[in-house]
Design a binder for this molecule. Structure first.
Ligand code: NAG
Ligand code: NAG
Length: 367
């Protein structure tokens, strides 16, 4: 009896090791721009796209700037929390190790980055999507060295992928006459060019093991405060909004195509254009009081370009759709995330139970 018990324990222990070895944690790899950046640009010392100064991060954790270009959480933060996934650290965070990656995944998102390499060059330094993919492939080598090729392949195939770029390709490229893309393309050929590039990039990710991947579409970017100040009456820029709609339509078709063509791929596209457009038109319907100007602003100086310590904050940050000239507030991000969760539904073969509430979920209070 005693002997059998000992054998049992040995067998159980062996199985335990085998099971835990071949069951890597499900983590996320996030590719994006300032809407998803969680600190990469902090380490790009020459980048002009920075969220290093107060009051960025005021409603997140200890309230100090953390690299997010908003007062609280990003859309990807809120969605990941909902699906019970760990929040991936910034790739450029010096404390990132293979063990941290195996537990949490990685976030490569960089403020000013675009689908196209040339996008955002005015910011001097930023990680474009191709660069982010290169860094991801470097990450794969590191993990392979740590756990072996077979386990690494399972780890990367079991992970979730988020790709969320595109607005800079318009706002900080095509719609700015200083960029040659603005005169080399028209609306249709530019979106074709973006789709061809994005298609190639997503195929590389699939070739590197990505199986479950979601792409976020664009919101009504002609209504961000920065775009509104360009028109004399403060109205939304219809052209920018129409480009976002065309991008979303083409993106949705591209993802359907890729998903049916690439083996074992669940590649999906979702946008929150309609609901954001409705919030902007009818803010009170959603509990907002302002949908056309930034919560953080510098007196009457518009556009203020960034939020700085000399800025003043709106009374109630939870009632402003926009945090600064470009970026939605935490409460607007919550609304966008809710819409995307509704569209994407339950993410595939997710072993993690949905988390009941985000760990760091500050409810912005007026100050
Ligand atoms: C884009 O940049 C990457 C480096 O990050 C480079 O390998 C690639 O060739 C570039 N693509 C184009 C079309 O310029
Ligand atoms: C697709 O999934 C099947 C079943 O899990 C597997 O045998 C096959 O190798 C996978 N193919 C690719 C390209 O991932």
């Amino acid at each position: 009896m005693k002997f059998m018990g000992a054998v049992n324990i040995v067998v159980v222990t062996l199985l335990g090791i085998l099971v835990s070895d071949s069951h890597c944690k499900v983590v996320q790899f996030i590719f994006g721009d300032s809407l998803s950046d969680v600190g990469n640009n902090r380490y790009l010392s020459r980048s002009l796209a920075q969220a290093n100064l107060p009051y960025y991060g005021i409603d997140f954790g200890n309230g100090l700037p953390n690299g997010r270009f908003t007062n609280g959480r990003t859309v990807a933060d809120i969605m990941g929390d909902h699906y019970g996934l760990p929040r991936p650290p910034a790739f450029l965070d010096p404390s990132l190790t293979a063990d941290v990656i195996l537990e949490n995944g990685v976030n490569y998102a960089s403020g000013g980055g675009g689908i196209l390499n040339e996008t955002g060059s005015l910011f001097i330094q930023r990680l474009s999507l191709y660069k982010q993919i290169e860094l991801f492939q470097g990450t794969q080598k590191l993990i392979k060295n740590q756990i072996g090729a077979e386990e690494a392949a399972k780890f990367f195939q079991g992970a979730k992928y988020v790709v969320a770029l595109g607005s800079n390709d318009f706002i900080n490229n095509y719609l700015m006459p200083v960029y040659s893309d603005s005169w080399n393309y028209n609306d249709k050929t530019y979106i074709d060019y973006m789709m061809e590039t994005l298609g190639d990039q997503l195929k590389i990710l699939h070739g590197s093991g990505a199986r479950e991947l979601i792409v976020f579409g664009l919101g009504p970017m002609g209504c961000i405060p920065l775009q509104r100040v360009l028109s004399t009456n403060g109205a939304c820029q219809e052209r920018a909004n129409n480009l976002a709609l065309s991008f979303n339509k083409a993106g949705s078709q591209l993802l359907q195509q890729l998903s049916s063509k690439l083996p074992n791929a669940s590649f999906r596209f979702g946008d929150a254009y309609d609901v954001v457009n409705d919030v902007i038109t009818n803010p009170s319907k959603y509990g907002f009081t302002n949908s056309d100007s930034p919560c953080c602003s510098l007196g009457r100086i518009r556009p203020a370009l960034t939020c700085i310590p000399a800025s003043t904050l709106c009374k109630d940050r939870s009632k402003y759709v926009f945090w600064d000239e470009y970026h939605p507030s935490d409460s607007a991000n919550q609304l966008i995330a809710n819409e995307l969760i509704k569209k994407f539904g339950f993410l595939g073969n997710n072993q993690n139970a949905p988390a009941p509430a985000p760990e760091i979920a500050p409810s912005p209070e007026g100050k």
